[in-house]
Ligand binder design. Sequence first.
Ligand code: MN
Length: 496
Amino acid sequence: MDKLAKLIETVQRHHPEENLDMIERAFAFAREAHEGQLRANGAPYFTHTYATALVLAEWRMPPVVVIAGLLHDVPEDTKHTIKDIMERFGHEVAAIVEGETKLSKLRYQGQERYVENIRKMFVAMTKDIRVIIVKFADRIDNLKTLGVRPREKQLRTAIETLEIYGPIANRLGMGEIKGQLEDLAFPFVHPEESAWVDSLVAATSDTKQVSCALFQKQITEELRSRHIPFLSIDGRMKHRYSLYLKLLRNERDISKIYDLIAVRVVVPDIATCYAVLGIIHQRWKPLKGRIKDYIANPKLNGYRSIHTTVFCEHGEIVEFQIRTQEMHEDAEWGAAAAWRYHERGTKTLPERQLRWVNELVRWQRSITDPKEFLEGLRLEVLRDRILVFTPKGDVIDLPEGATPIDLAYAIHSDIGNHATGARVNGATALYPLDKPLENGDMIEIIVDPKRKGPSSDWLTTVRTNNARGKIRDMLRGNLKLKMASWIGHVTPKKRR
Ligand code: MN
């Protein structure tokens, strides 16, 4: 099909009421502007901006975003300016393209350049989330055509994708975009491991698919016979890179991965989610400890769904994921979801995520050393997060792997400095201070007012920059120990 017709047809499928003239004009403008320029693979440069726009259209982005995709490299690489774009295509398109241009203009080299790039992405995120969405689409096409680049360039781009772009997409709740980015980058970073995962999947997916289809059929019949409404029941294959990470956590044993293919049940409302869970458990025996209610306790990135893993008649083990349509859309598209249905989504992130990004922007301003910045980013910001509770019911968000000490310092530095023990979920036994907490845990920190301060061993087990900084300060003797009252947060140690 003709390139332009294909692009317009893709946009129109989801935004039928839009006036698509402007896409046609932007298409012609970008092609002419990049006339004579070639990509590394020898194709006209326009094939890249076109492919970026097509990815955005496939993500169901509205015309304004698709047009920004077509024009995203114009100010950087051609004689035309942002002003030209504004006059021809209006303020909104110009603003997104300008954000894009700022992101790509970098004065630095090496690690500093890398760090600067990330800093700019964070700042851009707080202003208009569409800039990041276009950046992701741009990166998708760069990864698809990375094969012709020198090995060093391949590694740089692909590693940056796995370390930065993927985790950011994840924290923005854009599961589908994260999966696409990571799966394209994975083979460049770990060619042998990626081939190994492919062969594992090829060897197991046929039988898995058959049993999954059987489960789909059985659950469909079960729901129909009980007149339980549902919107769809599908089997979904796990993304390759996230499967790989899970294999690494499970002795590389694929038989331990229960959600290689999961059965996804989408229903009209929350009450029906729980009804479906009940029906699944009546028919099949659930695996202990594998029922996860992310509706009652959403993940920090907003993910909501109920997961359960069951044994079926023939001994197969299958994971079910139960959710409403809205949760489904949020899980796959997160902060981008609003733009998929409406021309007028909100420019900024939802409150919860905006708070996170703002904190990030504030934090990164205080760090001048690029090494320290990258370290902090990897350790805390880009990890998965967990939510834990204080006895008072305050919710505290921590990076995955965080310990009671991280929590203690998150409440107050004096609590951290005096912590001697912890109890988790009301258990009488003490919980090790260096043991990672789990999402949803309720933690009671036990303090000893007589304690002389933090132990230097804690530095090796804490996960937050906050706790690490405060422990270091204390050990250097920069701060005086103080003991105040933090009613309800802590339990003083009983003295004999
Ligand atoms: Mn580009």
